[in-house]
Every structure is written in structure tokens, then in C-alpha cells.
Design a protein around this ligand. Structure first.
Ligand code: ZN
Length: 261
């Protein structure tokens, strides 16, 4: 396939714009300029690397080899989407669901998922997790948390005292402001989930439909509500339904081919 299908380009632009608005909103709420924020992330990078190294050691301790079946499935997926498989470790984990850490890190796959999901569903979930890695989602949240901490220690003003008490549920006006900070983090996490659903779905209508069926199944099993980290299943389903119908109308996407971009 030559060039990017129109529907993919359109969603990518839309997501980039949405992110820009959200980032500006975040900086406004925190009262920092873009330059200060970039500086902060630069200065904290070495701490983040140390944090990542720790996780990596833990993974080696707790991780278990995956079945060959799954390894083959993952390799095929990486080949399909033109991704270097050396970038990510795939690790079997007893805990349900998958967990991941940022850039040089791992995707955990539970036995439960391997046993119950279809190959397309497993590939689609993998893609969603890869989206988190490619877009450095955990890294961003880590910097945001560190910024709250750093600002709380540094500032003697009102905002500083709010952030100092951030984890202690302060009352009154401080409580309201702390809620605003928490809301910023929640909004960013929800955006990240939507972006990675979209990122995965745009590779192929096959993956878009697979994610839809996963979330529909989960909606019938678990509570359908927003959490601190994830939007409700209904919201995620609605987003994917839009994408599916847009793909069905795009001649480059409707036949279910995998789009390399
Ligand atoms: Zn996710």
C-alpha cells in the first residue's frame, strides 16, 4: 500500500490536535510554561532511567517464558506492521490482564487471555499496549507525578501546599485544587487509552473489530464506569464504532488489510 489511507491520516491529525489542547490545558492548570515543562522532563530523565532499570530487573526475576504459540503470533504481528521485535519483551504473568512499562520494556500477557481470546483479539491487545510504548505514555505520567512532587517541595505558595498534601485528601479550597490536579492526570490517562485504542484499530479493521468485541465482552462482565486510569467500556466502544464505520467507507481500509504506516 502506498501512502497513508485517508481515514488513518484524518484520525492521526485529530488525535494530535486533541493532545495539543490537553497539554496546554495541563500546563495552564499547573501554571508552567511549555519551556519549563520541557526543562523539567530533561532534568528528571536520569531518574526515570533508573526507575526503568529497576522494573527491568524485577521483570527478569518474575517473568516467565511465553508459549511458542504466542511468540509466533507476536512475531507475525511485528512483521505485519513493520516493527522491530527487539524493542519489546513479552512476558507471561500470573496476574490477570496485561501490564506494561515504558520504552525499553515489557508487555505482560496473562494465561487467561492466552486461553480465552482469539488470535485477532490477542494481536489487537498487543497493538494497544505497543501504542502505549511507542507514544511514551507511562513516561509522561511518571514526569507528571514527579512534577507534582517537585513543585510541592519547592514552592511555599498556595499551589505548593496543595501539591504537598496531594495524596492526603486535603479539605476546603485546597481540597478542590487537589481535585483539579487529579482530574488533569485522569484526563491525560483517559486520552492515552483512547489514543492507543485508535492507534491499534487504525492498523486494520480486523483489529478495530477485535477490540470492539473484547470491550463488549468486558462490559457484560465488569462495571461499566470510568476509573482513574481508564474510560468506561461504553466510551471505548463508541470510539471504536466510529472508527469501524469510517474504515468501512474507506476503500483502502475496508477489505481488512493491515496498513503499514
Ligand atoms: Zn491501555
Amino acid at each position: 500500500m502506498f501512502g497513508k489511507p485517508a481515514v488513518v491520516a484524518r484520525y492521526e491529525t485529530q488525535l494530535a490536535n486533541e493532545w495539543q489542547i490537553l497539554e496546554n490545558e495541563m500546563l495552564d492548570t499547573l501554571g508552567v510554561s511549555k519551556a519549563e515543562w520541557m526543562d523539567f522532563m530533561q532534568n528528571y530523565r536520569y531518574k526515570y532511567d533508573a526507575f526503568e532499570d529497576n522494573l527491568k530487573r524485577e521483570e527478569r526475576r518474575n517473568g516467565q517464558p511465553l508459549s511458542n504459540n504466542f511468540k509466533n503470533l507476536a512475531l507475525q504481528l511485528f512483521q505485519k506492521i513493520n516493527m522491530n521485535p527487539g524493542k519489546v519483551d513479552l512476558i507471561r504473568n500470573e496476574s490477570s490482564g496485561r501490564r506494561l512499562h515504558a520504552s525499553r520494556s515489557a508487555i505482560y500477557v496473562s494465561e487467561n487471555k492466552l486461553a480465552n481470546d482469539t488470535p485477532n483479539e490477542i494481536e489487537a491487545s498487543l497493538l494497544h499496549e505497543l501504542g502505549h510504548i511507542v507514544n511514551s505514555d507511562d513516561e509522561f505520567i511518571y514526569f507528571l507525578e514527579k512534577f507534582y512532587e517537585w513543585y510541592g517541595k519547592k514552592s511555599n505558595g498556595f499551589l505548593g501546599s496543595v501539591i504537598k498534601n496531594f495524596y492526603e485528601k486535603p479539605a476546603g479550597t485546597k481540597g478542590i485544587t487537589a481535585k483539579v490536579f487529579k482530574a488533569v492526570r485522569k484526563k491525560i490517562r483517559h486520552f492515552q487509552e483512547k489514543r492507543e485504542d485508535t492507534w491499534a484499530a487504525l492498523y486494520s479493521i480486523v483489529y478495530a473489530r477485535a477490540l470492539l468485541s473484547i470491550y463488549k465482552r468486558m462490559r457484560s462482565k465488569y462495571k461499566d464506569r470510568d476509573s482513574e486510569t481508564h474510560p468506561s467500556f461504553s466510551k471505548r466502544i463508541r470510539n471504536l464504532q466510529y472508527i469501524c464505520s469510517d474504515m468501512e467507507n474507506d476503500p483502502d481500509m475496508r477489505d481488512g488489510q493491515v496498513c503499514v504506516r
